[in-house]
Design a binder for this molecule. Structure first.
Ligand SMILES: Nc1ncnc2c1ncn2[C@@H]1O[C@H](COP(=O)(O)OP(=O)(O)OP(=O)(O)O)[C@@H](O)[C@H]1O
Ligand SMILES: [Mg+2]
Length: 251
């Protein structure tokens, strides 16, 4: 199992007047090599949940087991966990700051203290995976389109060579063409690299085409889980909670 979440509950500002239970007794299993989508409204707990996957947040209670190890167990190196689990935040292009695409993608591997040769191999791996060829290397990230900037950011995370990739709303703010292209690329990457991918989205319609399994969060709880077809069988309930706008013709 790549990711195993057991009875995970997270309360922000516990004991304070404005405490907030963001996650409530969540159980999740993600198999190695699976591509799963997490769907939910704003505030349903999606970003809180994925920050648990690489130990950025420590749960109030419950366990997070990554590649068979409890990441909050004794003697577990958090840095190592963060290398295994690559996290692409929402609007990651705001974190691009180097002069060239190459330098930007190389930033993480450089911090690992790798040799120039190994860094170059990591940059090539990351860029190739997201469909950016060498002609992009010398470009400034700032002269690229929104979709291309996002690819650079994802390449930077892949250059750390994670085996699990988590993406928080990777297509937010892109136009329909850019969204579609990025999804197709992620699907291709998933198949070619054998990565485990967890993708967060507001939109059922967007992700259902690409993922093996969907997980619906509602007010911090796991409401539904299954293949897109199984989840869409709950059409009426999904409509009630506002997660399905129109009938799908894709299934
Ligand atoms: N750092 C924080 N401190 C206090 N409360 C927080 C914090 N981060 C999130 N919350 C609250 O926890 C709940 C879950 O938030 P979270 O960001 O995980 O939701 P989300 O599903 O990612 O939403 P969105 O779709 O808007 O990104 C919300 O009610 C939010 O206000
Ligand atoms: Mg969020």
């Amino acid at each position: 199992m790549a990711i195993k979440i057991e009875h995970l509950t997270h309360i922000y500002n516990e004991g304070m007047p404005f405490e907030k239970k963001a996650l409530d007794d969540i159980n999740i299993d993600v198999a190695k090599g699976e591509f799963i989508g997490i769907i939910g409204h704003t505030g349903s707990g999606k970003s809180t949940l994925i920050q648990m996957f690489n130990g950025l947040l420590k749960p109030t209670s419950g366990n997070v087991i990554i590649n068979g190890r409890d990441i909050h167990g004794n003697g577990v190196n958090k840095k190592e966990v963060r290398q295994q689990v690559g996290l692409v935040f929402q609007y990651p292009e705001y974190q691009l700051f180097e002069m060239t695409v190459y330098e930007d993608v190389a930033f993480g591997p450089k911090n690992l203290g790798l040799s120039e040769e190994e860094i170059k191999a990591r940059v090539e791996y990351g860029c190739k995976a997201v469909g950016l060829d060498e002609s992009y290397y010398a470009k400034s990230p700032f002269e690229l389109s929104g979709g291309q900037k996002r690819r650079v950011a994802i390449a930077g995370v892949l250059a750390m060579n994670p085996n699990i990739l988590i993406l928080d709303e990777p297509t937010a703010g892109l136009d329909p063409k850019g969204r579609n292209e990025l999804f197709v690329q992620l699907k291709k990457m998933h198949e070619e690299l054998g990565l485990t991918i967890v993708l967060i989205s507001h939109s059922m319609e967007d992700v259902a085409r690409y993922v093996d399994r969907l997980l619906v969060l509602y007010k911090g709880k796991k409401a539904y889980e299954g293949t897109p077809r199984e989840v869409f069988a709950h059409g009426i309930e999904l409509e009630k909670i506002g997660l399905l706008c129109h009938r799908l013709d894709i299934l």
